[in-house]
Design a protein around this ligand. Structure first.
Ligand code: MG
Length: 157
């Protein structure tokens, strides 16, 4: 039996660094802003996982009104969400992600991100794929005002 889920997230960028993406610290002159550590990719992935298991979304599990979630490690939130998913008897078959960022170039960091996600979820690296697109210099991504991510996850039970 298969279940599919989709996740999307956006974070505002501001001057600073490094950029936290997929559980990896990427040297950059801009950083994502958010209540937690603002890891846009892990947030999209967490939502895709919860969606596939019909367990709501990341805001239901980790409300931004809860002081415990301030600056929180998104890898820990992802692991906790996956524990809830696994409690339903489901495991991940594979997942695929897209990062939307004008800068920095994500390609040199793709393998590190794949490995980190595989490690967080106890998956083989070939179950995890990460792609990247620029904003073609238009819109909030292209103007480097925002970073976005989308993710899709397939569960098997
Ligand atoms: Mg987020």
């Amino acid at each position: 039996m298969y279940r599919i889920g989709i996740g999307h997230d956006t974070h505002r960028l501001e001057a600073g660094g490094p950029l936290v993406l997929g559980g990896v610290l990427i040297p950059h002159d801009r950083q994502a802003v958010g209540h937690s550590d603002a890891d846009v990719l892990l947030h999209a992935l967490t939502d895709a996982l919860l969606g596939a298991a019909a367990l709501g979304d990341i805001g239901d599990l980790f409300p931004d009104t809860d002081p415990a979630n301030r600056g929180r490690d998104s890898g820990e939130m992802l692991r906790l969400a996956y524990e809830k998913v696994q409690a339903t008897g489901a495991t991940i078959a594979n997942l695929d992600c897209i990062v939307f960022a004008q800068r920095p170039k994500i390609t040199p960091h793709k393998n590190a991100i794949r490995q980190r996600i595989a490690e967080l979820l106890h998956l083989e690296t070939d179950c995890v794929n990460v792609k990247a697109k620029t904003g073609e210099h238009v819109g909030p991504v292209g103007r480097e005002e925002a970073i976005m991510a989308e993710c899709i996850v397939l569960l098997t039970r």
